[in-house]
Design a protein around this ligand. Structure first.
Ligand SMILES: [Zn+2]
Length: 83
């Protein structure tokens, strides 16, 4: 698996797991990172948590926008300036 690396200001490199979003390792050399990456096992609890969050966000998305984006001022204005 390919892990994205993040270069820190102090010169160390973080490897982030794209599946469980955990910082796998913080090392000063790429070879150390690769060793940590190969040892990494995703925490099933974390995976489940992020999977649930993703599902909830997808479910909420289209439904929520229809309700929450309704402008309350248009309702009030309509009441005052009625033809
Ligand atoms: Zn992981």
């Amino acid at each position: 698996m390919q892990y994205p690396h993040r270069l820190n200001r102090d010169g160390s490199i973080d490897a982030i797991c794209p599946r469980c979003y955990a910082t796998i390792a913080e090392c000063l050399s790429e070879s150390d990172l690769i060793r940590e990456e190969t040892n990494h096992m995703c925490d099933p609890a974390r995976l489940e948590y992020y999977e649930e969050e993703r599902r909830r966000a997808m479910k909420k998305g289209p439904e929520g926008t229809g309700v929450t984006l309704r402008d309350p001022s248009s309702l009030a204005g309509g009441g005052v300036s009625r033809r």
